[in-house]
Design a binder for this molecule. Structure first.
Ligand code: ZN
Length: 157
């Protein structure tokens, strides 16, 4: 399965968790037409993750479209895991959750200001300049990824 995803706009939270796990995940633009979204997914070698059953009936949908059922993040991650092998510990926190950019060391980025009291490596997003470091927020994200991974083991195989 391709380790790259394109989520529809209904699945923004799911998209962020895929990014948190380290998967290259884009989100469809507002107002994009179904056939354009599907064409983007095919061109970029992404699995199209959508709530829209209509998309799955499309001519080029075979092998490209995964239809997600359920409301809320846990139902959606479960639905995804039933159809695609997701490793939630793939490369945790290697991408910006907002932009999908690969994070770089903050020291190498001009203008990145690291908050006082932060120790250890700080990474930054080259696009939005958001900073990422091992701390409260990242710890919670890693815990959620770990519990998603544990749930996947229970649900899968
Ligand atoms: Zn960013």
């Amino acid at each position: 399965m391709p380790g790259r995803f394109l989520c529809d706009r209904m699945l923004l939270r799911l998209a962020r968790w895929l990014r948190a796990a380290g998967y290259d995940t884009t989100v469809a633009g507002a107002g994009d037409r179904d056939r354009d979204i599907l064409a983007d997914a095919v061109r970029e070698g992404r699995l199209l993750v959508t709530c829209d059953r209509g998309l799955a009936r499309h001519r080029y949908a075979d092998g490209t479209v995964v239809v997600i059922s359920g409301d809320g993040l846990s139902a959606q991650t479960e639905s995804l895991q039933h159809q695609v092998a997701i490793d939630w510990q793939h490369a945790p926190l290697s991408r910006c959750l907002v932009c999908n950019e690969t994070l770089r060391p903050a020291e190498a980025t001009a203008g990145a200001s690291v908050p006082a009291g932060v120790h250890g490596p700080v990474r930054t997003c080259p696009t939005c300049r958001r900073l990422y470091w091992a701390g409260g927020h990242e710890t919670r994200i890693r815990q959620t990824l770990a519990s998603l991974a544990a749930g996947g083991e229970r649900g899968g195989a």
